[in-house]
Design a binder for this molecule. Structure first.
Ligand SMILES: NC(=O)C1=CN([C@@H]2O[C@H](COP(=O)(O)OP(=O)(O)OC[C@H]3O[C@@H](n4cnc5c(N)ncnc54)[C@H](OP(=O)(O)O)[C@@H]3O)[C@@H](O)[C@H]2O)[C@@H](O)CC1
Ligand SMILES: [K+]
Length: 631
């Protein structure tokens, strides 16, 4: 079974209209959207809505694109129903519409639907980067479709869709705040919205620390100096330092103008309890790059005005100098600015061009106008606390935070030199005396570690096969079982790998567990498993995967994706009343019986561990011999 086939899913847009022929009308109008966008979406044009639950095309839709004249009750009840479902908006209109029950049923069969209402009649809305330009028609709905909104959907649905959507979005779609707006938002958050400054600062500082950790690993960039100013920006810096300490960095703080309020004295006490050194300005060397790998600039945020006063004028100059020195060095220290590069005008940026040039900017809440002038390689957004009322009031377009992350990158990551990409692995000892005598037991131990570490798909393995022609080929498959005799996976018996295995049963498996710095090679010969075992595996799969396995004549040419969809829909209908979907003859399991294992673990300075197991006959008994191989 190929992993890929299961994962890729385009975001589905269900395009509705308030009247009978609407599906057809929208289909004709779709040419108004760029071809490159249309290709990336699964657009379903729907007219008959009377039996939504029985209609497989409606299931799983996550974006409902509704077009209707502004007075259409049907459009309104869809919106109202969606609002009720998602607590987003509410109106009493459309109560009497005869289609209402179907509308509610439809919403129920959608996965966390996002409703995009287009009230301008029989037409498809324009697709724009910024819905601000599209103009709002009614609260909670806009004429133009916002790409960030689509992305927000995509991040909820599948990693693949997120990737596709990210490629569609440019930094142009991000909102930037004026200095006044930033201060206003601050007031609203801490006034009517009930936040305390402590809370916001904690979240802001955590965002800064996690942004740093995403780009600059503590194994390479360990020594951090945070220069903290007198206001909340300085407070963010103090919080970030505490988190960086717990993330494994060695932080130092320079906090020359301390604020006497309990919030700040508390933050300092917390750092002292972690033995984080607090340095005076006089303690700092003239060239900061000698002693520090990361300089956190937390001097001034959005309340900065005028020219920097002492001692911050000199501290800013130190960071300017550091950047100049970096140009001539092999390994540079990096500057991370919190919210605003200190000394920059909050809206105009580095007007004279003589200010600091940070490598990373972590904008908080939303980027300020000066961030448009930021040209460093890493721009992140943090402060994952912005409620919808602020988003709506200031018409903010911000990238969605992925998963549970406290930060998100804005714009594209920088181009990197592939040859320079390397990790300095730090792993526990892996010694011959400590390993299990039986490699299957050792494999299980490492597999359990991978599961405990929360690694994604720890059972994904690269299967390599070689046919009669001697040409090897590899692909990722999922391990479905393991016992004392070997490793099992399932596939199509008419696929390319199956043909190769029928010509040559020799194959190899490779597991790679990033995050644990481990890989395991397993080599041996392959046989089909029994029909009974294959049956069991087949029926343990989700129904969708079972149907997918039936329609896929694996490795043969398909005229287009639509053919697969069509066949899928047909079979879904055919089996809608069938409990047990029959396993196709061409689908089944293979088992690799190992005759070689190698356990690899990355170590510092490329002195990796490699322990190899091979079987030996001793007194008629099979035992595994373990040897260490040179890295
Ligand atoms: N949602 C949000 O809003 C959130 C905001 N958060 C954070 O708060 C930051 C804004 O904080 P803030 O308002 O305390 O202002 P900030 O810029 O740190 O410093 C003001 C201090 O600097 C001083 N100062 C000013 N100019 C100066 C100069 N030329 N030379 C010397 N000193 C100068 C000024 O003194 P004053 O002029 O008043 O005498 C005052 O003491 C924001 O950027 C973000 O990091 C997050 O924590 C959470 C969410
Ligand atoms: K700053």
């Amino acid at each position: 079974m190929g992993k890929e086939a299961e994962k890729v899913r385009k975001p589905r847009f269900l395009c509705l209209h308030g009247f009978r022929t609407s599906g057809e009308i929208l289909k004709k109008q779709i040419h108004k959207w760029p071809e490159s966008v249309v290709q990336k979406l699964d657009l379903v044009f729907q007219t008959d809505l009377t039996r939504p639950k029985a209609n497989p095309t409606l299931k799983g839709s996550s974006i409902l694109l509704i077009t209707s004249g502004s007075s259409s009750t049907r459009g309104q009840y869809y919106r109202r129903a969606a609002g009720a479902a998602s607590q987003r908006c509410g109106s009493n209109e459309g109560e009497t519409d005869f289609l209402k029950p179907y509308g509610l049923e439809l919403l129920e069969s959608c996965v966390d639907p996002v409703v995009i209402n287009h009230p301008k009649g029989h037409t498809i809305p324009r697709l724009e980067n910024n819905t601000r330009k599209g103009g709002e028609s009614e609260k909670g709905s806009t004429c133009a479709i916002s790409l960030p909104r689509i992305r927000s959907f995509a991040s909820n649905s599948s990693v693949e869709a997120t990737r596709v959507m990210q490629s569609m979005t440019s930094p142009v779609s991000i909102s930037y705040l004026t200095q006044r707006e930033a201060a206003e938002i601050d007031e609203i958050l801490m006034g009517p919205l009930g936040f305390s400054v402590n809370q916001l600062m904690e979240l802001a500082g955590l965002s800064v620390a996690t942004s740093i950790a995403e780009v600059y690993k503590p194994s390479e960039f360990n020594r951090v100096l945070a220069i903290c100013g007198p206001g909340n920006n300085g407070g963010d810096g103090l919080v970030a330092v505490r988190h960086l300490h717990h993330f494994g960095y060695k932080p130092f703080v320079c906090y020359p103008k301390r604020t006497a309020k309990p919030l700040y004295t508390g933050l300092v006490t917390q750092l002292e309890s972690l033995a984080v050194p607090l340095l005076t300005v006089g303690d700092l060397p003239s060239d900061l790059s000698k002693d520090f790998d990361i300089l956190v600039d937390a001097m001034f945020g959005f309340s900065f005005h005028g020219a920097p006063r002492p001692p911050f004028d000199d501290l800013i100059q130190k960071l300017v100098y550091l950047h100049e020195c970096n140009q001539t060095r092999q390994k540079s220290s990096v500057i991370v600015s919190v919210d605003i590069p200190s000394g920059w005008n909050v809206e105009e940026g580095d007007v004279a061009g003589e200010g600091i040039k940070p490598d990373m900017l972590v904008s908080l809440t939303a980027p300020k106008l000066c961030a448009k002038k930021f040209s460093g390689p890493h721009h992140f957004l943090g402060g994952r606390f912005v409620p919808p009322s602020i988003v709506e009031k200031y018409k903010l377009h911000l990238p969605p935070y992925p998963g549970t992350s406290m930060c998100v990158r804005i714009g594209k990551p920088p181009q990197i030199d592939i040859s320079a990409l390397r990790e300095n692995y730090i792993s526990p000892e892996f010694l011959e005396e400590q390993v299990e005598a039986n490699p299957i037991d050792q494999f299980r131990k490492w597999f359990d570690d991978a599961v405990a570490a929360g690694l994604k798909e720890p059972n994904a393995m690269c299967l390599s096969t070689v046919g009669q022609d001697g040409k090897p080929s590899s692909r990722m498959v999922l391990l479905k079982g393991i016992d004392k005799d070997g490793f099992v996976w399932c596939t199509n018996y008419e696929s390319r790998k199956a043909h190769q295995l029928s010509e040559n049963p020799g194959a190899s498996l490779l597991f790679y567990w990033d995050g644990l710095n481990r890989q395991v090679r397993v080599e041996g010969s392959v046989q089909k498993v029994s029909d009974k075992e294959s049956e069991q595996y087949f029926h343990s799969r989700p129904r969708g995967s079972q149907i997918g396995a039936i329609i896929s004549k694996q490795s043969t040419i398909v005229p287009g994706r639509h053919v697969l969809y069509q066949q899928f829909k047909e079979l879904e209908e055919k089996f809608s009343d069938v409990n047990l979907i029959p396993k196709p003859k061409s689908w089944g399991g293979y088992k690799l019986k190992p005759d070689l294992f190698e356990f690899w673990q990355g170590q510092q300075s490329r002195l990796h561990d490699r322990l190899q197991y091979t079987p030996q006959e001793i007194n008629g008994r099979q035992v595994w011999t373990i040897v260490r191989l040179a890295p």
